[in-house]
Design a protein around this ligand. Sequence first.
Ligand SMILES: Nc1ncnc2c1ncn2[C@@H]1O[C@H](COP(=O)(O)OP(=O)(O)OP(=O)(O)O)[C@@H](O)[C@H]1O
Length: 300
Amino acid sequence: MSESRSGKNDLRIREMKAGSTTTNPKKAAEEIDQYISMMQKKFEKIKNRIMIFSGKGGVGKTFIAASIAMYLSKMGYKVGVYDADETGSVIPFVLGNSDAEIYMEESSGELIPANIKGIQVMSLELMLKEKDSPLIWQGALRTKFILQTLALTRWEDLDFLIFDMPPGTGDEAITISQYVPSPKYAIIVSSPGKLSEGVVRKAVVFLKKMEIPILGIVENMSHYTCDDGSKIEVFGKSYIEEIARDHGIEALGKIPLDERIRESQDKGVPIYELASGSEIDRSLELLAKKIIEKLSSKDL
Ligand SMILES: Nc1ncnc2c1ncn2[C@@H]1O[C@H](COP(=O)(O)OP(=O)(O)OP(=O)(O)O)[C@@H](O)[C@H]1O
């Protein structure tokens, strides 16, 4: 990254820290209105907006978000990823390049997303100079950052913009659900076991309240398939079908546990190359195909 580019990025983040949010309610409302109208224009270029959502952390939401993006891109669609997991951002790494560049174009003041293997990526992680420092931002600042980056990012025409959400129903989830222009959809990621039932229920209620259609639910880390073909339910029984039926949503698939995921991330090689034709490859490809099917029928 050139000095001037990184200097500008750093400046922008410093401005946001220093500026914080205004305490004047009228000014704050005007600011949000301005971001929303800028966002409306920017989103004209984006056909499908999908939030990858989970009620709790550690279920592999980022892995699923990145995989959906990679498989859709492999199928020839134009894909972008917006990293809304500001304080736990790992999506650039999972997509295969934590050193990719985002910069601000001087003449327009617009943010130009990074390009990771043909996927356009907007992530705070790619704008920070000191990658090892934790982000210590309170809710209002995180909300402002999301609104500002969504208002300023110049995406090229996209078939899909995938939002990697942070776990739960906090500030980022509310901001994106409220302000990203419709049509927008959600996919819920869960893991096996009794605990996921209640957590998913909360996610469904949240998304229904926000009037965001749910494309379906994906169960990650569903089982481990041994060399002899037997399956071990490492994290317990699967409840995905029951959960889906209870909430009137579709079960989009079960994604197995596979140690090659870590290897693919460490090497920056997509899982469809590293484990081509395997169960994990087929299950992720099927998931991407189901998403296309759901969106083309719009039978949600
Ligand atoms: N199906 C899988 N098989 C093996 N490892 C997996 C699988 N899914 C995810 N992982 C690994 O589990 C870890 C957590 O995944 P990930 O970061 O995607 O979870 P998350 O739900 O986004 O977490 P957070 O709540 O922190 O945002 C990562 O190391 C990831 O590589």
